[in-house]
Design a protein around this ligand. Structure first.
Ligand SMILES: CC(C)(COP(=O)(O)OP(=O)(O)OC[C@H]1O[C@@H](n2cnc3c(N)ncnc32)[C@H](O)[C@@H]1OP(=O)(O)O)[C@@H](O)C(=O)NCCC(=O)NCCS
Length: 315
């Protein structure tokens, strides 16, 4: 992978009136102010420096490409930050992988080419312009409207659905999983970072999976971040134990209970597709759909769960 070079924008047209450069962000504080001002006031990445660092300053960031150690590209018009594209750098599904997280351009510049150039440049850093580099680039959390943008650029896409656990019956057989031939599973070093060292959330790591149970305005919810198929004979016991423990708490408290997971294929027996009217309960509790997309280049992961990318973080 070559080191970063500044991209000069194409000559000004009606759609791209001003000159801009795409480069690694110059100033983390300026970026956090941008997020607060233009994405959402009080956004967690703006208000909590620990979350910002956790997301964008992982130890897998290559400082030759991102001198501040912050894996975000900015679009600049002079000294003004007018857009950005962030990536969480992780050691899976390839050892140097870019999980795209947050992409934004000033509303007045939308459709002017800044966003596309940010994506092209991030892609160049991750996998090379021809996509044949050793890295990986992709995301989990794309909406249907974004799919053409990725498809046109040679990404593979898959739909990921939301499942709810409803039927705690013993079953020692883990579900089959088909990973891409080039896909590395998250190594322990990543799991320790992502789940044990999280600055805000506390996760319950068990042999067969990773869980986070919270009580919120809707009720008690167990988010299943990962279910691993590496523990034949035991994985269901953990799921059942957590389910029975936390649903009993909900019963005692007289509130709703839900255990949910995101996965491409059914996670196993006992899981069913989430009904359409079930609210997404880690955001304000409204029904927001149970289908989101994952994309990747040169391949899409065979195993995508709720713990991937920035899907389970405070807002
Ligand atoms: C998404 C966003 C960053 C794109 O930036 P932009 O400068 O408008 O993008 P460009 O003009 O370079 O267009 C890039 C591509 O996105 C497509 N695109 C832009 N806005 C789109 C929209 N609202 N819906 C679908 N596609 C869109 C363009 O067609 C273009 O596709 P192409 O390169 O295949 O032709 C910008 O619209 C934005 O800030 N949106 C609000 C935040 C958001 O939704 N972020 C994405 C989820 S994190």
């Amino acid at each position: 992978m070559s080191t970063h070079t500044k991209l000069q924008a194409a000559p000004p047209t009606a759609a791209t009136p001003a000159k801009f450069t795409i480069e690694p962000v110059r100033d983390a504080e300026q970026l956090r102010q941008y997020v607060d001002q233009h994405w959402r006031t009080g956004h967690v990445l703006a208000r909590d420096e620990r979350m910002f660092d956790f997301q964008y300053r992982t130890k897998w960031v290559d400082k030759r490409l991102f001198p501040l150690g912050v894996s975000v590209l900015g679009a600049y018009e002079g000294s003004e930050l007018v857009g950005f594209l962030g990536a969480i750098i992780a050691p899976y599904p390839r050892p140097q992988s870019y999980w795209l997280a947050l992409w934004h351009v000033l509303p007045t510049l939308k459709g002017g080419g800044h966003g596309g150039k940010l994506l092209n440049e991030m892609q160049r850093l991750a996998v090379g312009t021809d996509g044949r580099g050793k890295g990986w680039i992709g995301t989990f959390g794309a909406g249907p409207e974004a799919l053409p943008v990725y498809l046109k650029r040679g990404y593979a896409c898959r739909a990921v659905r939301r499942w709810v656990y409803t039927n705690p019956i013993p079953d020692p057989t883990p579900p089959p999983q088909s990973l891409h031939a080039g896909e590395v599973r998250p190594p322990e070093e990543w799991l320790a970072y992502r789940y044990d060292a999280h600055p805000i959330f506390t996760y319950e790591r068990r042999r067969a999976g990773i869980f986070r149970t919270e009580q919120n305005a809707w009720g008690i919810v167990t988010h299943v971040l990962r279910l691993d198929d590496q523990t034949p004979g035991g994985w269901r016991d953990d799921v059942n134990e957590v389910f029975l423990r936390d649903s009993a708490r909900a019963l005692a408290a007289g509130c709703n209970y839900l255990m949910d997971a995101w996965a491409i294929d059914p996670p196993g027996t006992g899981w069913t597709l989430a009904p359409d009217d079930l609210p997404s309960v880690f955001h304000p509790p409204t029904a927001r759909g149970n289908l989101i997309y994952t994309v990747g280049r040169p391949f899409v992961c065979g195993d995508v769960q709720k713990g991937e990318c920035d899907q389970d973080r405070p807002n």
